[in-house]
Each structure stands twice: as structure tokens, then as C-alpha cells.
Design a protein around this ligand. Structure first.
Ligand code: SF4
Length: 1010
């Protein structure tokens, strides 16, 4: 006994004949490829030239294949064209006729496509001696193309063919295979009369029997509730899967072997992974029948990701390298340890965006920087880390070079067999062993056979064919598991009876999904073509839309939208009929993303109405639905730990939460964080650092004997949490090189600082001070700024041209206005720039400098040591000093506040540092110079020596020492750590609660110091 599909049997019969004629093998990529080639030629098809060709070709391929499988000769399309009423339709049909004729010419006599195979098989039937005494039994509910039906009809004339009896619903009969078979003399036979009697399905219980015989018919009869059919719903798809699996486990407990349970998936793309993940997790054996496209397998996906690396965009390359099972031994050399996670970081630091040159220069320069660090670093740990980073960048460079060579090999134009061997080389090099590897290797080998259709092909055609094949072919089944639950798509599971069947995902818009009209050949035109070959039963009036209980039209040659909708009904009926004891139909009642309510599909409602014996609307359906309530769930019935924990929490409240947390570290962390963050007391989750006294001493810069930079102290005054992340934990924001489009505010500020300093220093050296605003000097200032800009972007990815040009123009304008203000100012003459204290001397600078930090007696026997760099010191008309600190960005409201709670701390330090660096000279003025708006915010130098300033410092340092590094929402706007802290309003809401803690309220009061 041989189980075969009609097309497989046709292949067995036709192969000797076709091989004798020298025809090439046909595979699934051929029609899409042919359609693509035909679209490229002159054809007159009214298609928007802007539409990408491959998807259009795929739709066209379906139309051409359907015409061919319906046995429509090209001349019939000519007649249809001539009869078209409107010029637009005529143009479309004429073009389609031309394309179809060319398609047929390309196939006939060259390739053994399914139409050729089926015709040849019909011719060969009398010669197949091995078939002469055979009996053929056809499993009911086949869905066949017209030429397949013709082949079966021919087969029935040569040998005894009978259809195994099954129940069918009256309204599905008209268009069904059984009706067609009866009309062609293929008689039905009961299982009992065949050698298949021992495996005949048992009689179905009443509810299942009614579904088999009355589904999609006007409902009638008494309600049949409970027992063999369950109508299930759940809040979302994951909960739906859990509820079904719970029922399978109950069935197993009642003695049904897993092997006799089937989960039939109308939407395998959405549900297959949910089922297999859960079953695997709870260690229930299962067998996933080929249901998903081959492209979802790891080897196939790796190959597609490899092809997406063309042009070497950083994100695509990193995705490929981190996903694909690459055997790096062959690429980096035996024994090399690939560090893919570090490559991501290296490529980002190297500023790579795309292109082999950018990869080369970026990685080489990054590796050089790290090698220099190795030479300079004093700490062994840091030296080793820098060496490691350099080696990682160099290894990544080697990998990318090889990747670029592979992609170069896959470009240009070549004969198809040559493409097959190049692809095979690339696949072999980059994709290691995976369970779908063999299937992908076969697809690649098949590419060579396209040499019969065209001698040469450019790479993009090869890629299209490959994608079409990987989409079409199914992911192979895992090695069979003994005694596992069967899971698979409708067609993959067809014909297999199970004691228990579950069909999930019966939601409106999900299954049946939308069925669209063919854009190349409309329904009315298909019907007209079909009319040339009269249907097997009398056709009813033309229907535009089927309602739930409409009678099915007859079986057509070329399927219309109606036919395809009917086919979907028959497939659902077939799946329902596969259950012999228990059927579970289910749908998710809410959208997992939006939370919006979803309705059951028409099929689900139809099944419920059939069982109830009357049409049901949503309100009438509700009492018949079952849903698992986690609150009342028996804990022993929870299918996994997350469900069990949820049930415990919902029932046991806070006490249960603590019990769950005891065994779940992640949940415990989140529970503690949520609780602590909303309590009025400060906690570790708000930036309160509580360490043992020895470690705590390190937090206090005075006790630790550390020199603190003025800028860092100001950061602390802005937001203690930012200081903790940046200065103590040394976190840095990660910026994708691709994200740098224009010039960000920080970069603009640093370019301005550098340009202003160089320009003024140059004027000073040339004796051109005080500065004048002349066209020549303006041009020189712009020239210096351009040099700074060039240095800034050197070796980094190109910026967005438009944004970059806008930012440059903005910088030029800023400089021009600044120069005009400088020239007009009568305050004093620029004298010194970038004057450092408490930091190493810049060897290229001859400005005044102090290696020693500023020391400030805090008055409690402790001394704070501060370092920094003063932007500029001018000499006033009376010889006194004027201190300036440049600021870019908007100036704050000039409300007379001086300290602003420490947020302007730099300026009093600079006043004190200037006095230290220039003993005997008075600091007469100090400013924050907001260059954007041209505003000076003054600071009274005397305040730097006052007790208020010292008291403020004392309190800030004490707050640091007591571990207060708390968040301040007022500083979030320009902070890089918003991803760590969350949205500003959330930080502000929590901050408002924390103010009730005396430690927090003290610190916030301090920040209000004016
Ligand atoms: S995001 Fe806001 S709260 Fe968080 S560190 Fe930055 S400034 Fe502070």
C-alpha cells in the first residue's frame, strides 16, 4: 500500500517519458522567475513603474500558473480581450494574454512543469504495467487543480478508483471533490469494504457528527452541549495556547496518548512557535509537521541575513554575525575565539555605518587607539582590557574583509549553474550545521536547473528566485518523536484522524483572513473563461459575497474569490472532521498589543450555531464559551510556573507576592523596586547609596582625598543620580554611529570653544588685540571653525548633508555675532585662554597653569580640592581680572540668583582659581557668557569668598558623603540617562513623594539656594 498525492503519482508515471524528451525539472522558483523575466520585457501591462518588480512578479506568477493548471489555451485569453467592454480592461487583458503566451512558450517542450507532468501521466497510464491490478482509494476532501482532476478522471478509466466515504455538510457538497468524483464515475466506498477497515475512524459522538454533517448549513435540532466539543476563549494568544495545553494534559490524565492528539493550526505563523515553546518548556513530547516556510529556519534565515549585508551596513552585518551559526575556525583560524558581543561595541566605537572602506578605516583607527592605550596605561587591568579590545577590533576587521569578498563573489552576471556553486560556497563558509541546512542546500542546488530557462542571469534575479523558494518550501520536520502531540498547519495535518483535536486562532480577521481578488484576472473574467468549459453541475446566479449559510457554487476550472472562500470553508470542515472524540475550538478575545476586544470568526460562530441548533449572535454565544479563570485555577493545573505564580498572586495578595518572590529572583527584584520607588522614604532604588563605613568613605571626595572637578561638582548639584552614573559608575551613553545626523549641542559647544580660543590666541600672538570685526578676521574665524569641524568628524561616518549644512550655517552665524559683540565690548582685553588648575599641563599650551588644585577650607577641619579649566581671563582697563565661562544653549532667566543651588558652581571656583594663579591681582568681574543669545550673566566675585559659598560646598560634600545621589527631574531635559531613569514626568512624580524624607527635603532645599 502506497500513500501518494495525485501529483506524486503523476510524477511516477510521467518521469520516464519526460526524461526521454529531455525536459528539465521544474521547481517552485521557476514560475516567479519566469514572471519576473516577462515583466522586464515590453508587455504593455498597466503597472505603476514605481512598484518594486519582485512582488508584482510573484502575483503574476500565481495568475499564470492558475491559467496553466486550468488548461486554458492562450487563444481563449485573446477572445476574452476582444470582448472586454472598457479600454483599460482590454489593455490589461491584452498584456496578460501576451505574457501568458510567452510563459507557455518558455515552458512547453523545455520544462516538466506540473501541467506537463499531469498531461504526460494521463498519456502513460496504459503503459504502466505496475499499475494494472492496483486499486486506488482517494481520501475524501481533496482540493485539486483542474488538471489534477483530469488526471484522476483518466486514472479512474484505467484502474479501479474509489473515494473513501466521509460525512459532508449539504451546503459544502456542491463544490466538493466527492461531488465531482461522483459525476466522473468514481464511486464512494465505505472503509469497512477496503483493506483499510482496521484503521477506520470510530463513529463520532453526536455533537461532532452534527458538525460534520451540518456545518455551514442553516442550524436546526436540539442543542448539543458539553462533552465532545468545547468552545474556548482566552485573553490573548499565549493564554489561549496555555488553556489548550492544559486540556491536552487533562486528556492525557484520562488515558489518551499524546500520539492521538492533534493541534491543527489555521495560522501556523502566529501559533506554531507558541505551542512548540510551551510544550518544550513543560517537556511534553510533540511533532511539528512541516508547516512554516523554510525561510523561518535558522540556516535559511542566516543565508537571507548574509545577503542583506550587501553594502555592509553595520546593523545588518552585526545581526548576521550574531545570529548565524558561523564556523569561525575557518575564518579567523583554528583556535580563535570569536567575541561577537564585543564586536558590536567595537564597530560602534569605530564609528562604522556601512561600506568596506569605512569598516577598514574605522576599525583600524579604533585598534590603533587601543594599542596606544596599552602603551600609556599604568593599571595592569586597563592595559589588558585595551589590548583585548584592539585584538577584537582586528579580528572583526578580518571577518568583515571575508564577508565583503563573499558578497563580491555574489554579484554581477553569470550562468545559473555558476550561481548555484557560488551560493553553495558562500553558504558552506558562513552557515554551520543546523536542522534545516540540508533543505537549504537542496534549494541552492536546484538553482542550477534554471539554466534551461536562461543562459545568464544577474544577481538580483538569483536573489529573487532564492527568496521565492525559501518562502515556498516548508521547514522540515524534526526527527519523529515517539508518542508526541501532533502540531501543524491545516494542509500538513490533512487526512490524519485524532481522538482529540484543538483548532486555535479562530478570530475575526485572523482565520479566515481576507481573500483578495486577483489583480490581473478579475472574477468576472475568470467566470467567462470557465464558461468555455461547462461546470460539472449547473451554475447558480453570480454571487458577489457569500454569507454564512449560502449554498456553495459548483467546482470551477479557474478559481474565483468565491471559490477560494469556499475552499477555506471546506478546509475548516475537514479539520473539524479530523476529531473523533473531542474537539476544542478557540479564539483570543483581546489583542495582545492594544488590549482591544476581538470577536470570534464567522467559522467559530457557525460551529457554535450548528451545535446550538439556532443562529447565535455575540450575546447568545457568550454563555457557551469557556474561559480559564486564573483566580480559581487549581494550582496543580497551572501549565507553567508563570501561570502558577499569577494564580497565587491574584488569590493571596501581598503575602503571596512575598512567597513567590522568595523563589523568583527577577520577580523579587522588580517587586522590591516598585515598592521602594513609591514609598516616601529614600531607598537604594532612588540613588541612596548605603555602604559599609570603609567603602562609604570613598563617596566623600574630602575623606577620600580626591580632587573633584568643578564640572563634576556642578553635575552633582544638578542631579546626584547623574553624578553617580557618570562619575562613580563611569557609565557612558551608547550612541549609534548612524544616529549622528547633524551637529549635536555638545559638539557645537566644543567646536565654538576651540575656535574662539584659537582665534583669540592667534590675535594675541599677532598683537591684534583688542579684536576688531573686519571681513578678513570674520573669514579667519570661520576658517578656524571649519578646521575644528573637520577634526571632529574625521574618521567618523558622514552626517546627513542637509542637517549638517544647516548646523554649519548656524555655527557660522553664532561666530559672526560673537565677533561683533567682542569687537564692540569695551570691558577689557582677552588675555588668557583655557587656564587649567589641578590638572596636568597641556604640553602645547603656554598659558598660566597650576598643577596644584584649588583648596577650599570647608571650615570643619576639612579641605575640598577642586580642579578645572577657566575658558578665558580678560584684563580690565584698570588691570584687574575678568573671568568668563562660555556657555552654549539658552541662558537661564536672569532672576538675580547667583548660586542657583550650585548649578553655577564653576564660576565661583574660577574666581578663586584666578586669584590663586595671579596673586596680587583683583578679580573685578565674572560672567557666564551665553554665546547663543549674547547674554552675560554676572556673578559678584566677592561671593566666592563669602561664608554662604563655603556653607553650600560643605552641605553638598556632606550629602555626597552620606550617599545621597538622588534623582532630580529638573535636570532630565538635557541628560543622556533618561533611558535609565524613565520619562521625566515619572521621575518628577516619584520625586514629589520622596520630598517627605527629611534627607531628600534637605538636599532639595539646598538646591534652592540663590
Ligand atoms: S535622567 Fe533625570 S533623574 Fe535621571 S540621571 Fe538624568 S537628570 Fe537625573
Amino acid at each position: 500500500m502506497y500513500p501518494v498525492r495525485p501529483l506524486d503519482l503523476a510524477h511516477l508515471l510521467a518521469e520516464p517519458l519526460l526524461l526521454g524528451r529531455g525536459l528539465g525539472a521544474w521547481d517552485t522558483g521557476h514560475d516567479a522567475f519566469l514572471a519576473l523575466r516577462l515583466l522586464e520585457g515590453e508587455n504593455g501591462l498597466p503597472v505603476d513603474p514605481g512598484l518594486p518588480r519582485p512582488p508584482v512578479a510573484r502575483v503574476l506568477a500565481r495568475t499564470l500558473a492558475a491559467l496553466r493548471m486550468a488548461g486554458v489555451p492562450p487563444e481563449r485569453l485573446d477572445a476574452l480581450t476582444a470582448a472586454a467592454a472598457f479600454p483599460l480592461d482590454r489593455d490589461r487583458l491584452r498584456a496578460l494574454g501576451l505574457l501568458y503566451r510567452r510563459f507557455v512558450e518558455a515552458v512547453e517542450g523545455r520544462l516538466a512543469d506540473p501541467a506537463t507532468v499531469l498531461r504526460a501521466a494521463s498519456e502513460r497510464l496504459d503503459d504502466a504495467a505496475w499499475l494494472h491490478d492496483a486499486q486506488v482509494f482517494v481520501v475524501a476532501s481533496l482540493e485539486l487543480d483542474p488538471l489534477e482532476r483530469d488526471f484522476l478522471a483518466a486514472l479512474s478509466r484505467a484502474v479501479r478508483v474509489r473515494v473513501l466515504e466521509g460525512e459532508n455538510a449539504p451546503l459544502l457538497r456542491a463544490g466538493s471533490f466527492e461531488t465531482w468524483a461522483a459525476a466522473h464515475g468514481i464511486a464512494p466506498v465505505s472503509w469497512a469494504e477496503t483493506p483499510l477497515a482496521p484503521i477506520a475512524p470510530p463513529p463520532a459522538p453526536p455533537a461532532l457528527l452534527r458538525l460534520r454533517t451540518r456545518l455551514f448549513s442553516p442550524p436546526e435540532g436540539p442543542p448539543l452541549r458539553g462533552g465532545s466539543v468545547e468552545l474556548l476563549t482566552a485573553p490573548g494568544e499565549a493564554a489561549e495556547v496555555r488553556s489548550i495545553v492544559r486540556r491536552l494534559l487533562r486528556e492525557a490524565a484520562r488515558g489518551v496518548p499524546f500520539e492521538e492528539m492533534g493541534v491543527i493550526l489555521p495560522r501556523p505563523d502566529a501559533y506554531a512557535a507558541l505551542f512548540t515553546d510551551l510544550l518544550e518548556r513543560i517537556e511534553v513530547p510533540f511533532r511539528l509537521h512541516p508547516s512554516l516556510p523554510l525561510r523561518t529556519g535558522r540556516a535559511a534565515r542566516s543565508l537571507l541575513l548574509l545577503l542583506r549585508c550587501r553594502g555592509l551596513p553595520r546593523a545588518a552585518v552585526m545581526e548576521f554575525l550574531s545570529f548565524a551559526p558561523v564556523a569561525y575556525g575557518g575564518i579567523l583560524g583554528e583556535g580563535a575565539v570569536p567575541t561577537v558581543a564585543s564586536w558590536e561595541e567595537a564597530s560602534r566605537h569605530a564609528g562604522v555605518t556601512a561600506g568596506v572602506e569605512r569598516w577598514r578605516s574605522g576599525l583600524a583607527s579604533y585598534a590603533r587607539t587601543k594599542r596606544r592605550e596599552v602603551e600609556r596605561e599604568e593599571s595592569d587591568v586597563r592595559r589588558a582590557a585595551a589590548g583585548r579590545r584592539a585584538a577584537e577590533a582586528e579580528a572583526l576587521g578580518r571577518v568583515v574583509e571575508k564577508l565583503a569578498a563573499t558578497l563580491d563573489d555574489l554579484s554581477g552576471e553569470a550562468p545559473w549553474p555558476e550561481w548555484s556553486s557560488r551560493l553553495s560556497r558562500a553558504f558552506g563558509r558562513w552557515v554551520g550545521p543546523e536542522r534545516d541546512r540540508e533543505a537549504v542546500t537542496r534549494v541552492i542546488a536546484d538553482v542550477a536547473s534554471l539554466g534551461r530557462v536562461a543562459a545568464q542571469a544577474p544577481w538580483d534575479q538569483v536573489e529573487n528566485v532564492l527568496e521565492a523558494r525559501l518562502e515556498w518550501e516548508r521547514l522540515p520536520m524534526d526527527p519523529p518523536v515517539k508518542g508526541g502531540v501532533h502540531v501543524g498547519a491545516l494542509d500538513a495535518m490533512a487526512g490524519l484522524p485524532f481522538r482529540v483535536v484543538a483548532i486555535p486562532g479562530l478570530v475575526e480577521g485572523g482565520y479566515p483572513g481576507p481573500i483578495r481578488t486577483d489583480a490581473f484576472l478579475l472574477d468576472a473574467e475568470r467566470e467567462a473563461l470557465n464558461a468555455g468549459a461547462p461546470p460539472v453541475t449547473k451554475a447558480g446566479p453570480v454571487q458577489r459575497q457569500l454569507s454564512l449559510f449560502d449554498e456553495a457554487p459548483t467546482l470551477h476550472g479557474l478559481p474565483t474569490t468565491q471559490d477560494r472562500l469556499l475552499e477555506t470553508r471546506r478546509l475548516f470542515h475537514r479539520a473539524v472532521s479530523q476529531a473523533t472524540e473531542h474537539l476544542i475550538l478557540s479564539y483570543p478575545r483581546a489583542d495582545p498589543r492594544s488590549g482591544r476586544e476581538r470577536l470570534p470568526s464567522l467559522f467559530f460562530v457557525s460551529a457554535a450555531s450548528t451545535l446550538e441548533g439556532r443562529p447565535l449572535d455575540m450575546a447568545a454565544l457568550a454563555p457557551h464559551l469557556t474561559e480559564d479563570d486564573v483566580r480559581s485555577l487549581d494550582l496543580l493545573e497551572a501549565v507553567d510556573s508563570s501561570e502558577r505564580d499569577r494564580a497565587r498572586l491574584l488569590r493571596g495578595g501581598a503575602e503571596a507576592a512575598l512567597a513567590v518572590a522568595a523563589g523568583a529572583p527577577f520577580f523579587k527584584g522588580s517587586l522590591l523596586a516598585a515598592d521602594a520607588r513609591w514609598r516616601p522614604q529614600l531607598s537604594a532604588y532612588d540613588g541612596l547609596v548605603e555602604l559599609d563605613p570603609d567603602l562609604a568613605r570613598d563617596l566623600d571626595p574630602v575623606a577620600a582625598g580626591r580632587t573633584l572637578s568643578a564640572t563634576r561638582l556642578r553635575t552633582y548639584a544638578d542631579c546626584g543620580f547623574q553624578y553617580l552614573l557618570q562619575s562613580l559608575l563611569r557609565l557612558e551613553p551608547v550612541e549609534e554611529p548612524e544616529d549622528r545626523m547633524g551637529l549635536d549641542p555638545m559638539e557645537r559647544g566644543s567646536v565654538f570653544h576651540e575656535a574662539a580660543e584659537r582665534f583669540l590666541r592667534e590675535r594675541r600672538e599677532r598683537g591684534e588685540l583688542p579684536v576688531r570685526d573686519t571681513p578678513a578676521l570674520g573669514a579667519r574665524l570661520v576658517e578656524i571653525a571649519e578646521e575644528s569641524l573637520a577634526r571632529l568628524v574625521e574618521g567618523s561616518p558622514p552626517r546627513h548633508r542637509l542637517l549638517w549644512d544647516m548646523e554649519r550655517a548656524r555655527l557660522h552665524d553664532l561666530l559672526a555675532k560673537w565677533l561683533a559683540r567682542e569687537a564692540a565690548s569695551a570691558r577689557g582685553t582677552p588675555a588668557h585662554f583655557e587656564v587649567g588648575f589641578g590638572i596636568p599641563r597641556d604640553p602645547e599650551s603656554d598659558e598660566p597653569h597650576s598643577r596644584e588644585p584649588l583648596e577650599i577650607d570647608l571650615g570643619d577641619g576639612r579641605v575640598l580640592r577642586v580642579s578645572g579649566k577657566i575658558d578665558r581671563i580678560d584684563t580690565g582697563l584698570d588691570g584687574s581680572l575678568i573671568v568668563r565661562d562660555y556657555k552654549t544653549g539658552r541662558a537661564p532667566k536672569d532672576d538675580g540668583a547667583l548660586f542657583r543651588g550650585g548649578r553655577q558652581l564653576q564660576i565661583p571656583f574660577y574666581v578663586k582659581a584666578a586669584s590663586m594663579l595671579f596673586p596680587g591681582r583683583r578679580v573685578s568681574e565674572a560672567f557666564l557668557d551665553y554665546v547663543d543669545g549674547g547674554r552675560l550673566v554676572g556673578f559678584d566675585p566677592l561671593l566666592a569668598t563669602g561664608e554662604d559659598f563655603v556653607a553650600l560646598l560643605r552641605d553638598l560634600v556632606a550629602a555626597m558623603g552620606s550617599g545621597l545621589f538622588i534623582q532630580d527631574a529638573a535636570a532630565c531635559r538635557f541628560c543622556d540617562f533618561t533611558r535609565v531613569c524613565g520619562p521625566q514626568p515619572l521621575v518628577a512624580a516619584r520625586q514629589a513623594r520622596k520630598r517627605r524624607d527629611p534627607r531628600a527635603s534637605r538636599l532639595f532645599r539646598l538646591k534652592e539656594t540663590r
